[in-house]
Design a protein around this ligand. Structure first.
Ligand SMILES: Nc1nc2c(ncn2[C@@H]2O[C@H](COP(=O)(O)OP(=O)(O)OP(=O)(O)O)[C@@H](O)[C@H]2O)c(=O)[nH]1
Ligand SMILES: [Mg+2]
Length: 299
C-alpha cells in the first residue's frame, strides 16, 4: 500500500465578465449558488483537493483555483494572475455569443502571450446550461469541438486520448461542475511531463513585460494599473481585492468604460482605505501621483 502522491496545480478561470467564473468556483468548492452578481476585481484564490486515478496510481491533486477580473483591457492584472498556470478553464456564457467570440479574440491570445506560446491544459466550458434548449446545446457542443480541434490537437497527439476537451455546465444547478474540474485535473496530470519546467518563470517574465510596456493611454488601463499595484501598497492581495471591490460597489461606475472623474474618485477611495490598512503617508502620495499622472492627458 503506497501512500498517495500529492500534486499541486494552479488553474485559472478566463472569460468575459458575467459568464459565471466566480459562481462556478463557489458551486465546486462550497456547493452554493447566488443569483446576486458581484463583479470580481483583482483576484481570489480558492483551494480544493480532487482525487484522480492516473497511470495506475491514486493521485491527490491540490487545485489552486484563481478567479480573476473578467473585464477586457485589464491585461496587466490578468497576465500577472495567469502566469504559472498549469491549466485554464476558458469560459463562455451559453446565452451570450459575444462571450464565445471573446475566447479567440482576447482570452486565448492573452493566455498564449503569457505562456510564451505553449498553452497549458485547457477546458472549454459553456456555462448557464440551465438557460438553453437541447437544440442550442447541440450547436454549442459542435462549436466547442471545433475549438478543441484547433487548440488542443497538438497536445492531444502528445498525451493521447482524453486530453483537452470541453464541457457544458450550470453553476446554478451544479450540472457537470465537478466533472469539469476533475477532467481538467486529469488533463494536467497527463500533460505534466510535456509542460516546459520553466513555464512559471516564463509566465512571470511575460506578465512583467506586459505590465511595463503599457503606456496607460486609456482610463481602463489606469484602472488596471491601480488593480495591479494596490497589493504592494497594502501588502496583501486579499485586502487589496476587498478594497477594490468595496470602492467599485460604492462608486457604482462601470469598470469597462470608466470616465476620468470616475478613476479619480476611485483613487481617492482606494487610498483612503489603504491608509486605514496602515499604508504610510509617503507611499500613499507616491502611488497617488503615479496613478493620477496618466489621467492628466485625458482631460
Ligand atoms: N442561470 C444561471 N445563472 C448563472 C450561472 N452561473 C452564473 N450565473 C449568474 O450570472 C451572473 C454572473 O456570475 P459571476 O459568477 O459573478 O460571473 P463572473 O464571470 O465571475 O463575472 P466577473 O467577476 O464580472 O468577471 C450572476 O448573477 C450569477 O448568479 C448559471 O449556471 N446559470
Ligand atoms: Mg467573478
Amino acid at each position: 500500500m503506497g501512500s498517495k502522491e500529492v500534486i499541486i496545480k494552479k488553474i485559472v478561470l478566463l472569460g468575459d465578465s458575467g459568464v459565471g467564473k466566480t459562481s462556478l468556483i463557489r458551486r465546486f468548492v462550497k456547493n452554493q449558488f447566488d443569483d446576486n452578481y458581484i463583479s470580481t476585481i483583482g483576484a481570489r484564490v480558492t483551494k480544493k483537493v480532487v482525487n484522480a486515478a492516473f497511470d495506475n496510481k491514486e493521485v491527490e491533486v491540490k487545485l489552486m483555483i484563481w478567479d480573476i477580473i473578467g473585464s477586457k483591457g485589464y491585461q496587466s492584472t490578468q497576465a500577472k494572475h495567469i502566469a504559472g498556470s498549469d491549466g485554464a478553464i476558458l469560459m463562455v456564457d451559453l446565452t451570450n455569443s459575444g462571450s464565445l467570440d471573446s475566447l479567440e479574440k482576447y482570452w486565448i491570445p492573452l493566455l498564449k502571450e503569457v505562456t510564451g506560446g505553449i498553452l497549458p491544459s485547457m477546458l472549454f466550458t459553456g456555462n448557464k446550461k440551465d438557460l438553453i434548449s437541447p437544440e442550442e446545446e447541440k450547436v454549442m457542443i459542435q462549436l466547442f469541438k471545433e475549438l478543441e480541434e484547433k487548440y488542443c490537437d497538438d497536445l492531444k497527439s502528445r498525451v493521447g486520448g482524453g486530453y483537452g476537451g470541453s464541457i457544458l455546465t450550470s453553476a446554478k444547478t451544479g450540472e457537470h461542475v465537478n466533472d469539469g474540474f476533475e477532467f481538467l485535473a486529469l488533463s494536467m496530470l497527463a500533460a505534466n511531463p510535456y509542460l516546459d519546467p520553466l513555464h512559471r518563470q516564463i509566465g512571470v517574465a511575460k506578465a512583467k513585460s506586459i505590465y511595463e510596456s503599457d503606456e496607460r493611454a486609456t482610463t481602463r488601463s489606469v484602472m488596471d494599473l491601480i488593480v495591479i499595484e494596490l497589493p504592494h501598497l497594502v501588502k496583501s492581495t486579499t485586502k487589496a481585492t476587498e478594497i477594490l471591490e468595496m470602492c467599485i460597489a460604492r462608486l457604482g461606475f462601470s469598470k469597462e468604460l470608466p470616465k476620468p472623474k470616475d478613476v479619480r474618485n476611485f483613487v481617492d477611495c482606494v487610498l483612503f482605505h489603504a491608509s486605514k490598512e496602515g499604508a504610510t503617508q509617503e507611499n500613499i502620495e507616491e502611488f497617488r501621483k503615479k496613478w493620477l499622472e496618466p489621467l492628466t492627458k485625458m482631460g
